[in-house]
Write a protein that binds this ligand. Structure first.
Ligand code: ARG
Length: 577
């Protein structure tokens, strides 16, 4: 797809060529210099001529003036030179004959890129810790991770999504013990993950005790839990069966949330899978002389790289989180042959990733620079109090439920009823949370406010989903669009199409920065431009049948671009509301 920037860049370059062919600039560099002026009165695109000044040995002002007279293209409407900038407007002809026809013709494929073709990306995201609650903190890794996956797919990459379940560790010893002490099969079958979580919370509390209340810590329980985990590690059949059962129960629960988000994974190979893959890497580290013994533990010293040491083995010889990640990365490289491995976790784990990435490099694996960590900020919850089973964490499931319920209320108040009310409430409720979350730059710490997320008149999920539904209903009422007649007759129409044609570029930016919020902001731009067009330009009642037909095509184009963009950020398309 040719973006407007590339097209204008080509035209500028031939202009510059005619002044002095020895300028050494490429079309991509020129495109990179092009800016969208903040005020559209200054044009749709601006080219700063300062960098050319040296090679062309003229002032930027002179260059802009000369170029204004010679840069020509069908996509360019008017040019003007202002203070060393060459300003362009995009021609209506280009919008009519290139942009809209391309959108209508490509449909679902509009905006797709090809630069990922033939390359493989594995993405490690969501990855909850089994039998611990799947809480609001997991929203980030889940929806940012999935959006990054969708974006890469859209660019042609072959993507492989891994849910690296935290399905191994001492917590299973605790859970097995707690289950035997205080529960039974029926209760857990009945209570599902909630029951597991409450057992887990109880055993942790008892182990800790509460000295202030005069309740002594229970070291005996801690020892017994360790013993159960040891049995699990050494293949005790009964414990293994319980463990498998606990993992299954947890997965079933997560699946409900994934289904609401439209997320699927290609692999659920969790931490447990890598248990027998670690010794080979530990041995390699030892042979390479990278392991140091520090107070009985085995570490890789990273002081040369200004980082604390990476812990490989505890004093008792047990492995650690980094050990497993190193083994998993080697396995993934050998089995999935990735060109890039992306890990999405909270920024609190940034040091962990920096450390083990460095260890992989020191181990001489040539693919160390194909590992990418994508961090994000923290989430807290303001305003609204959510009831939780487990005290201070908010479960993702409860957050979604609450949002869905609120959407139902709002719709009831507005008198909106549809046959598929439940479906709409779920799409809009879940969508509100996802959109609100992804509206911010991922590194920003977010304070979650339900009312803000659900404000139908704000820059929210409900607002853009209703905009999408509006476009659908305009088309349904007219019995569709002809796909042919396109005439730009007013400023609102031009502004809408100019917004739409930036989609491909936004997709590229979002991939470069691993930043789904670029897509979210683009969706808001499209929604604003479409609503302005919708309110100011009569569609069904347009006098001229050609104008009516054209406006229906513009509506279809807006619907297509919105829908394609929704898919990239886990936002469901709402045909009807
Ligand atoms: N299970 C971990 C957690 O909840 C996240 C795993 C991230 N992925 C990884 N390869 N370390 O904190």
């Amino acid at each position: 797809m040719q973006t407007i920037k590339k097209r204008v860049a080509d035209a500028i370059l031939s202009g510059v060529d005619s002044i002095n062919p020895d300028h050494g600039l490429t079309a991509a560099e020129v495109a990179g210099l092009l800016e969208y002026p903040p005020d559209s009165n200054m044009g749709d695109l601006a080219f700063p001529c300062f960098r050319l000044s040296k090679v062309l040995r003229r002032s930027p002002v002179q260059i802009a003036q000369t170029l204004a007279g010679i840069v020509k293209d069908r996509a360019i409407g008017a040019t003007s030179a202002v203070n060393g900038y060459l300003n362009f407007t995009v021609s209506n002809e280009y919008l009519e004959s290139d942009v809209v026809p391309e959108i209508l013709q490509k449909g679902e494929d509009y905006g797709k890129q090809t630069f990922g073709k033939g390359k493989k990306v594995v993405l490690d995201y969501s990855s909850p810790n089994v039998a611990k609650p799947f809480h609001i903190g997991h929203l980030g890794t889940t929806v940012i991770g999935h959006s990054i996956r969708k974006l890469h797919e859209f660019a042609g990459y072959d993507c492989f999504g891994i849910n690296y379940l935290g399905d191994w560790g001492t917590q299973f010893g605790k859970l097995i013990l707690a289950f035997r002490l205080w529960s039974n099969r029926e209760e857990v079958e009945e209570g599902g993950i909630d029951k597991l979580v409450s057992l887990y919370v109880r055993i942790n509390n008892e182990i800790k005790g509460d000295p202030e209340q005069g309740i002594a810590p229970r070291d005996d329980l801690a020892d017994a839990a360790r013993a159960e985990f040891h049995k699990l590690e050494t293949g005790d059949e009964e414990n293994l069966a319980l463990w498998r059962w606990f993992v299954d129960i947890s997965l079933k629960e997560y699946e409900k949330t994934y289904k609401q988000l439209g997320i699927t994974f290609d692999s659920y190979l969790g931490e447990s899978f890598y248990t027998d893959k670690m010794p080979a890497q530990i041995e390699k580290l030892r042979q390479m002389g990278l392991l140091k013994i520090d107070d009985g533990a085995s570490i890789v010293d990273l002081s040369d790289y200004n980082m604390p040491p990476c812990l490989i083995l505890k004093r008792d010889g047990s492995t650690l989180y980094p050990t497993r990640d190193i083994a998993a990365a080697v396995y993934r490289k050998e089995n999935y042959h990735f060109d890039k491995a992306v890990y999405v976790t909270s920024a609190q784990q940034s040091l962990h990733f920096a450390q083990w990435f460095k260890v992989v490099e020191l181990m001489g694996y040539p693919w160390y620079n194909e590992l990418v960590h994508v961090p994000y900020g923290t989430v807290s919850l303001g305003g609204e109090k959510l009831a939780t089973r487990t005290g201070n964490v908010v479960l993702l499931r409860d957050l979604f439920e609450r949002a869905i319920e609120k959407v139902r209320e709002i719709r009831r108040e507005k008198g909106q009823i549809a046959e598929n009310d439940d479906e709409i409430a779920e799409a809009v409720g879940v969508g509100a949370i996802v959109f609100y979350y992804l509206s911010n730059n991922r590194m920003k710490d977010i304070n979650f406010t339900m009312d803000e997320a659900l404000n139908f008149d704000g820059n929210t999920g409900p607002y853009v989903q209703y905009t999408y539904a509006r476009a659908c209903s305009v088309l349904a009422k007219a019995g569709g669009n002809d796909g042919k007649t396109i005439r730009i007759t007013c400023e609102e129409e031009a502004a809408l199409v100019k917004t739409l044609c930036r989609f491909g570029e936004r997709v590229c930016n979002a991939i470069d920065d691993y930043e789904p919020s670029i897509v979210t902001r683009f969706i808001l731009d499209v929604a604003a431009a479409f609503n302005r067009f919708y309110h100011n330009c009569p569609i069904h009642t347009a006098d001229d049948p050609a104008v009516r037909a054209s406006r229906l095509n513009l509506t279809a184009a807006a619907k297509t671009v919105l829908g394609n963009a929704f898919d990239l950020i886990c936002l469901r398309r709402t045909e009807k509301v």
